[in-house]
Design a protein around this ligand. Structure first.
Ligand code: PBG
Length: 324
């Protein structure tokens, strides 16, 4: 009790504050999402995500060099699929010469030591803009899981280090793991979007990939933002089914979920600071209402404090620059 305890004694100087600091953000924690598009010499700005671009494959050399030079070790690949290639079954997702498969090979050729993770979900390939196959306005679970497992295998064959299913179908981790094992891809990792919420924070991302649902919403498969216990069961099941890394998404509005899961599981946890979170800070900073870099670093540190081990963030390059 005061005056025996004066908490300010430990805050007197930068040196003391650093000595007793409980959490630290490092460049090793960061993963950068990268958007890829067909074409040559395409570098298209994404309006609601200032500083982010859709890149054609021939841009990846320069981009990967910049990323690696900053000390970032992992990228998450997302593809913008041509409208003409979309159908209800996501057929194009399995094309060995598809954009994702070529993107993986390109990145691995340029930067073999970079950890490459691929998005596994049907929405960028779906004529309905849903994460699964649609029948009578219902998103089918088991037929979708079949396609997702083949999609994951195709990414592994292209050289992906990790596949990252972001759809929330039931049983997809188990199916993907068994297909990978059967094809002898013993070392391909699975980063499961385990606790992925039906969130309005994904708006800018869907604009970037032109992947918004054509009807309805994703509430029959993504989680209800009201739920906490469900996030635990989802995550425990994914680990049982064979996930190496689990994820909470979105990030900032779900820090309590990160902590809850950190206290319950032993595998590393990823947080995804999603497009809408990024857009909010960019917009506020543009207006001069928030100090961009300070708020960015505070938010990223908050993920670490909550218990995340790795962070997928569109700020990865900017943050790495500040950390170096
Ligand atoms: C695909 C996917 C989405 C995001 C990552 N993978 C969109 C969605 O599920 O609707 C969102 C990422 C972001 O907003 O930054 N299923």
């Amino acid at each position: 009790m005061y005056p025996n305890q004066r908490n300010r004694r430990l805050r007197q100087s930068p040196a003391l504050r650093q000595l007793v600091s409980e959490n630290q953000l490092t460049v090793n924690d960061l993963m950068l999402p990268v958007f890829v598009k067909e074409g040559t010499q395409v570098k298209e700005p994404i309006p609601s995500m200032p500083g982010c671009y859709r890149l054609s494959l021939d841009w990846l050399g320069e981009e990967l060099k910049a990323i690696a030079d900053l000390g970032i070790h992992a990228v998450l690949l997302f593809v913008k699929v041509d409208e003409a290639l979309k159908d209800n079954n996501g057929t194009e997702a399995l094309n060995p010469e598809g954009l994702m498969q070529r993107a993986v090979r390109t990145v691995k050729a340029i930067a073999p030591q970079m950890v490459v993770m691929t998005d596994v979900a049907l929405d960028p390939y779906s004529s309905f803009g849903h994460d699964g196959i649609v029948e009578n306005n219902v998103i089918l679970n088991d037929p979708t899981v079949e396609v997702l497992s083949q999609m994951a295998l195709s990414h592994a064959q292209a050289g992906a280090d990790f596949v990252a299913p972001s759809d929330m179908m039931d049983g997809r981790i188990q199916k993907i793991r068994s297909v990978l094992e059967a094809a002898q891809y013993f070392h391909t990792g699975i980063m499961s979007y385990s606790a992925k919420y039906a969130s309005a924070f994904y708006g800018p991302f869907r604009e970037a990939l032109d992947s918004a649902p054509g009807f309805g919403d994703k509430r029959s498969y993504h989680m209800d933002p009201a739920n906490r216990l469900e996030a635990i069961t989802e995550t425990l099941r994914d680990i049982e089914e064979g996930a190496d890394l689990v994820m909470v998404k979105p990030g900032l509005a779900y820090l309590d979920i990160i902590r809850e899961i950190r206290d319950k599981v032993e595998v590393p946890i990823a947080a995804y600071q999603v497009s809408g979170e990024y857009a909010m800070l960019k917009a506020a900073a543009e207006k001069g209402w928030l100090e961009h870099d300070a708020v960015m670093m505070e938010q990223l540190l908050a993920f670490k404090r909550a218990g995340a081990n790795l962070i997928a963030t569109y700020h990865a390059k900017e943050a790495a620059q500040l950390l170096s």
